[in-house]
Write a protein that binds this ligand. Structure first.
Ligand SMILES: Cc1cc2nc3c(=O)[nH]c(=O)nc-3n(C[C@H](O)[C@H](O)[C@H](O)COP(=O)(O)O)c2cc1C
Length: 163
């Protein structure tokens, strides 16, 4: 199965999960930032897995992303806001056929869901939803909770075997 993982990540937690999910999916699967996941890169893809952080109880909005550039107090490392948002990537996603799954990185107790919004967008483009998953960080900017990378790899393998 031809699969790809597409992600948005400001501080690296979602990027690390995306790479682990791609490893679990198999040798041919790659983790791509939104600007790498072009129509050409998605040609013939049978499964799109997309992920983003949960910010302000939702999939980050353009306003939230812009605000991270000069956030006070300053984060331990600057936010990478150099890539298109997951929202804008979904809005421009060409219609396709295949299946989809979505994930978010987040703090365990928070309300809200980014993955739900992502899955709705993928379904609107023609990618039938399989499932969504959450991966936990232990603080506002991370790090990921112990064991989450391994769990992401296992989730990727499970998606690859889903029929
Ligand atoms: C400004 C800000 C808002 C956040 N809002 C939420 C939130 O509403 N719910 C939650 O569970 N986590 C929240 N978090 C934690 C992030 O979801 C978490 O750090 C995520 O892993 C960041 O992903 P990234 O490193 O890929 O950018 C917030 C973090 C920041 C810095």
């Amino acid at each position: 199965m031809k699969a790809v993982v597409v992600y948005e990540s400001l501080w690296g937690n979602t990027a690390a999960i995306a790479r682990a999910v791609a490893e679990g999916l198999g040798d041919d699967a790659r983790a791509l930032h939104t600007d790498e996941a072009t129509a050409d890169a998605l040609a013939g893809i049978e499964l799109i897995v997309a992920g983003a952080p949960l910010l302000g109880f939702s999939l980050p909005t353009e306003q939230m992303l812009a605000a991270q550039g000069d956030a006070m107090p300053a984060p331990p490392k600057p936010a990478d806001i150099s890539h298109p948002s997951m929202r804008s990537w979904l809005a421009a996603l060409p219609a396709g056929k295949g299946r989809s799954a979505a994930f978010e990185t987040r703090i365990w107790w928070s309300p809200g869901s980014a993955a739900k919004t992502i899955l709705t967008g993928l379904e609107a483009a023609g990618y039938a939803a399989i499932e969504r998953e959450r991966f936990m960080v232990t603080g506002r900017y991370g790090p990921l909770k112990d064991g989450e990378i391994e769990r992401a790899r296992a989730w990727g393998a499970k998606l690859a075997s889903a029929r």
